[in-house]
Ligand binder design. Structure first.
Ligand SMILES: [Zn+2]
Length: 302
């Protein structure tokens, strides 16, 4: 998910918020403890300081500002909106289909764990909601929140809603079966699946960005740098683009690389403490310099 939120350009306080709101990527956090159930969400946010401290959330209840006019269940998705939204909306059907697409692409199982989508008709309402409840991530167009019991997405229904929801829903599907997935890979896969299906994972924006950085001589692929990331709030456009690039290289070049990422995800499901992808790549591809060269060549071939 990328950049420049058109609706926000018209905000009255644009001069104050431009620096904050022109941030790349999604807001994405995991909470130490969670919403006990669908109906308990309000109580938890009223009473659980641990959540508030973990994610920088306010202590105020969400009861009065969560979208709840319309509720739909479509597959694994529980969609709550403050405007009429048909369950057969083309985008909703697409999000539902992604569950199978992601499972088949990565050879991971599907889950029945609900993923809640809270959709705001008015971007200003979403903005107010985020500033109130997720102050750590004031500048992102959409939020994905994971607790130990709940997967939830918050987003305004604006011009780039399809891209945003494909991205955030990917997080939901992944975390339903891979709660320990490393941040960089989580984001790289979300960027891979946020493009429409016909693009087959190819992201023109990231390709252009990284190609430009290569020409400038200001960037080289290095997976170890991505593996050190622990906080989505510090991720830059470079990080999102590079994470996508590594995922695209792994999934769209050779069967051996595809097998490597599938094996890694399989091992992560069994135990989050497993050999990192960078170490596995050294076994498969040789020294890091050779891998860096291969990723560069892949990028230049796109
Ligand atoms: Zn994300």
């Amino acid at each position: 998910m990328t950049f420049f939120s058109p609706w926000y350009c018209f905000a009255a306080i644009a001069s104050i918020v431009f620096g904050i709101f022109f941030l790349p990527g999604c807001a994405h956090t995991m909470l130490a403890t969670g919403w006990s159930n669908e109906t308990g969400i309000k109580d938890i946010f009223e009473t659980t300081e641990r959540i508030s401290m973990a994610a920088g959330l306010s202590n105020l209840s969400m009861a009065d500002d969560l979208p709840d006019d319309t509720e739909r269940s479509v597959g694994q998705l529980r969609i709550h909106s403050d405007f009429p939204l048909a369950g057969q909306h083309r985008l909703i059907r697409e999000l539902d289909t992604m569950r199978t697409t992601i499972s088949q692409e990565l050879e991971i199982p599907v889950s029945d764990e609900p993923i809640h989508l809270y959709l705001f008709n008015d971007p200003a309402d979403y903005q107010t909601f985020v500033q109130r409840h997720f102050p750590r991530f004031p500048g992102r167009r959409a939020c994905f929140i994971e607790t130990d019991t709940t997967l939830a997405i918050f987003a305004p229904w604006q011009g780039r809603i399809a891209e945003d929801l494909r991205h955030e829903t990917t997080h939901g599907y992944l975390h339903a079966v891979l709660p320990g997935i490393p941040l960089w890979l989580d984001e790289g896969l979300a960027e891979f699946f946020e493009v429409p299906q016909p693009a087959n994972g190819f992201h023109q924006g990231h390709t252009d960005h990284l190609t430009g950085r290569l020409l400038e001589g200001t960037w080289q692929p290095r997976i170890e740098r991505l593996e050190e990331l622990e906080d989505a709030a510090v991720m830059s456009q470079d990080h999102y683009a590079e994470a996508w690039c590594w995922v695209h290289w792994l999934l769209r070049t050779t069967p051996q690389r595809r097998q490597l990422i599938e094996d890694y995800l399989h091992d992560l499901r069994r135990d989050t403490v497993t050999m990192p992808l960078s170490a596995r790549l050294r076994e498969l591809e040789g020294p890091p310099a050779a891998t860096t060269c291969a990723v560069r060549e892949h990028l230049e071939s796109l």
